[in-house]
Design a protein around this ligand. Sequence first.
Ligand SMILES: [Zn+2]
Length: 81
Amino acid sequence: MVFCSNATGKLIFFCPLCGVAWSNRPIGMQLNQICSLQQVAPTGISLPGERDLVDLTRSGTVHNVDYSTWQEFLDPLLTGT
Ligand SMILES: [Zn+2]
């Protein structure tokens, strides 16, 4: 999933299944860095705006998911909304 760092506004990539976060988009199945969300975005995350995702959407890298499907999990993580 893609979020914004509250501190920098940069995109943050986060896997909700294993809790690993990246400050750069992970490439393919490569795992060369293991960081927690706290390490990558110490002041928290917020939902990205559509403008933040233009490049990723154009390249087909991301697609929308229904917020309500993940709400119970996401609400405690989102501190900037
Ligand atoms: Zn994972």
